[in-house]
Design a protein. Structure first.
Lengths: 376, 384
């Protein structure tokens, strides 16, 4: 299930990149502001989807709590923006603190006055939190469904915590960013949004290359080994805990970047980013696009969100049915996702069914045990 | 003393809702290794069944029996959620056997569909649909095998589904024409009112306890006893325990694991329905009602370990009592002159949502020492 199955001509690859870059540069002039903003948001969501693909598609860890790290990144970015643009408010702290009678910036927000610290905090803090949660869970060989429901529970715990702390982080109202200033410009302004779109597009490509680099070579092989047969990896002398913790914190860091980009483009970060449905949706983007393909995660995130906004605009009630159906359909009928299906035998089988392509001759013995379930 | 009793009662009341809800989840998880994310929505169906039953019992024919509707709705909720669960097992979960993560995602899809279903389909026709499912699934099986063999089974099944569909449409339209509240779809929350004999409070040893809470505790005790008896005394219970311990071996010894799966899933889902009745007594009922309880159920399953009812019981009451102790800040009133930093910490966590944070942290710490829960299953496998 790797991209290397299809070998493209070098010229085709080059022209693909040229077209892609041209599209990214031209997008702000081609699309209306509203659509451009949506596209930028969905592109930033595709970074968190890349992280989900790394941990689920490659390592077999189904995390239902990526929203935690997504929101943490968002909060870091939003708090920096709020602090730096709060000079005219009393005590030089963001406006909302005054509502709850807080006069001094809570100590853990102090470092966020510095742009350099914030730049690193956006991805390092989520990565550290993910690493800690991951280590505590993996250390005890908790895996499979247990891991999934523990991540979901921790998501809910973070949601409750952030929702209830008005004095520290403005609780359920969240932090607004669209009227804050960055480098003397309003974050919500059109020109700033255009720049954010370009930054997002570049970071998506960078994250894609980074993820490809992570899964290449021995490290990636061990990840796939853990997915397919973890005890065997352990018996061969590797310690799966370390690899799982590393990849989980990488996914957490990617989620943090994604959350920060999403926050500045949607104008607000709130505990709503940590609701249970949102985190499970991230998994379905990857599942539909094709897990273990990386590119599938990006395409899945963008296209499903685009479809969601189109369907919700036209028929608000039906999106839940469609989404629910998508979950069931993709799991039962298309377990490899769209991209995995295209790279595998899918198209050929489809053409064969309509008699458009000749069947490949196979030895009968190859077709016995095709499912491989005799080895369980 | 009174304070302690009060706290204990509140904790047991919270824990008993958790227990009924988690019982079904734990049994299914122990048997099939599958976590059903639609469990909360099956609870929601149970709660809506209570609502529908209540409205139907207000009809002139059934009016004299109105006070007993809550008892009837317990059985009906068990059947409704059980039937939906069996359908779920037959159509989706069976196909995903051996891949629990995929099952998790598919059941999440089911839960989304169920939520939207109660929002956009009138409850009367929803009832009709459940009735036709019930008939369609069970009509072919109740005839003696002699009759079944004499006719072509395919036609037999087909005609019974047609009969089922007709009955469903008929009941749906009868209900919708006679109870106007059920004839329109609505996303609004509905309220179940307890019958008069369940309102008010009872005094035990000088403390007043609300009757609805006592009723919930009674429902829980009866369900736990019934399940324990079923698992330990009946033939099917023995088969379920056998398959839970070793699926392949039981299969080899001639136990139909397929049937065991269906029965267990049906019972687990039915228990979710019973939990739904309890939930409907505590607050208003809406499409999202199940989501409030489901993560608590997961914690019970994680804490209690797999395939052991005692673990589930202890874990539910443990979590229930801890929630009350931390969430209501009762430790402070039990020990008023504790040092300041400690009391500040306790005050910080003294809300229901912050209590959840604390309990989760405690569970994660607990798992560091006992990763497989209170009562782990003994085995020598690498996996598990």
């Amino acid at each position: 299930m790797s991209l290397s199955k299809i070998k493209f001509d070098k010229k085709i690859v080059l022209s693909f990149w040229i077209i892609l870059i041209a599209l990214i540069i031209a997008a702000p002039t081609l699309l209306p502001v509203f659509r451009l903003n949506l596209l930028g948001r969905y592109l930033s969501l595709s970074i968190v989807a890349l992280g989900v693909d790394l941990i689920w598609g490659y390592t077999g860890l189904l995390s239902l709590g990526q929203g935690i790290f997504f929101a943490l990144g968002g909060y870091c970015a939003a708090m920096y923006l709020q602090i730096t643009s709060s000079t005219e408010f009393p005590n030089n702290i963001p406006e909302f603190f005054a509502l709850y009678g807080v006069e001094k910036l809570p100590f853990f927000w102090e470092p966020f006055r510095s742009p350099v610290f914030t730049f690193f905090a956006i991805w390092i803090i989520p990565a550290l939190v993910a690493g800690l949660i991951g280590f505590l869970v993996f250390r005890n060989r908790i895996k499979g469904v247990y891991f999934s429901i523990l991540t979901q529970a921790s998501l809910l715990v973070f949601f409750n915590f952030f929702n209830g702390q008005q004095k520290l982080i403005n609780g359920t109202n969240g932090l607004k960013t669209d009227v804050t200033q960055l480098f003397g410009q309003m974050v919500g302004s059109e020109s700033m949004q255009r720049i954010f779109f370009w930054i997002t597009a570049i970071l998506v490509i960078a994250a894609w290359f980074f993820a490809k680099w992570v899964v290449k070579g021995r490290f990636g092989n061990i990840l796939i080994g853990i997915r397919d047969d973890e005890p065997r990896v352990r018996f061969t002398g590797y310690n799966p805990v370390i690899f799982k913790t590393i990849i989980f914190s990488i996914a957490g860091g990617l989620a943090g970047i994604s959350g920060a980009l999403y926050t500045v483009q949607s104008g607000i970060v709130s505990p709503q980013f940590m609701t249970v449905p949102f985190s499970i949706e991230m998994v379905i983007w990857v599942a539909v696009g094709g897990r273990g393909t990386l590119l599938g995660a990006i395409l899945g995130a963008v296209f499903i969100n685009y479809a969601k906004s189109l369907v919700s605009e036209a028929l608000p009630a039906s999106w839940m049915f469609i989404q629910g159906g998508l979950f069931i359909l993709v799991v039962t009928a298309l377990p490899e996702g769209v991209l995995g299906w295209m790279q595998g035998d899918g198209p050929r089988n489809l053409l064969q069914r309509f008699g458009l392509k000749r069947k490949i001759e196979t030895y009968p013995s190859l077709e016995v045990n095709k499912k491989g379930d005799d080895y369980e | 003393m009174e304070l302690l009793l009060d706290s204990l009662f509140n904790g047991v009341a919270i824990g008993s809702v958790l227990l009924v809800a988690a019982l079904g989840l734990a049994i299914v998880f122990g048997l099939m290794g599958v976590i059903n994310l639609a469990h909360g929505e099956l609870m929601m169906l149970g709660a809506y069944t209570t609502y529908v039953t209540q409205l139907i019992f207000k009809l002139p024919i059934l009016k004299p029996f109105y006070n007993s509707y809550i008892i009837v709705s317990i059985f009906l909720a068990f059947i409704v959620s059980g039937v939906v669960g069996i359908l779920l097992e037959k159509t989706i979960i069976r196909k995903l056997y051996g891949s629990p993560l995929e099952t998790l995602l598919a059941t999440w899809g089911v839960s989304l569909i169920l939520q939207q279903f109660v929002r956009s389909v009138p409850l009367a026709y929803g009832t009709g649909l459940v009735i036709s499912l019930l008939i369609g699934l069970f009509l072919p099986t109740i005839f003696p095998s002699k009759i079944r063999e004499s006719i072509n089974y395919k036609y037999f099944k087909f005609s019974s589904w047609i009969f089922a569909a007709l009955t469903g449409v008929l009941t749906g339209s009868v209900i919708s024409s006679s109870v106007s509240k059920l004839s329109r779809a609505s996303a609004r929350n509905v309220d179940v009112t307890a019958p008069s004999w369940m309102r008010g409070q009872v005094e035990i040893i000088g403390t007043a306890f609300p009757k609805t809470r006592l009723m919930i505790i009674v429902i829980t005790i009866i369900s736990v006893i019934a399940i324990t008896l079923f698992l330990n005394q009946s033939a099917w219970g023995m088969r379920i325990r056998a398959v839970t311990q070793n699926r392949q071996m039981s299969d080899c010894l001639g136990i139909s694991t397929e049937k065991v799966d269906i029965i267990t899933f049906g019972i687990g889902s039915g228990l979710a329905g019973v939990a739904g009745v309890a939930v409907s007594l505590l607050g208003s009922v809406g499409p999202n009602v199940g989501g409030n309880y489901i993560v608590g159920c997961f914690m019970v399953v994680v804490l209690g370990g797999v395939g052991n009812l005692l673990g589930t019981v202890l874990a539910s009451f443990g979590i229930g009592i801890m929630t009350d102790l931390i969430g209501a800040g009762r430790l402070l009133s039990i020990w008023p002159d504790m040092p300041l930093p400690l009391s500040n910490t306790i005050n910080f966590f003294a809300t229901t949502s912050m209590a959840r944070v604390m309990i989760f942290a405690l569970i994660v710490i607990f798992l560091q020492f006992k990763p497989t829960g209170l009562f782990p299953q003994k085995g020598r496998m690498v996996e598990n």
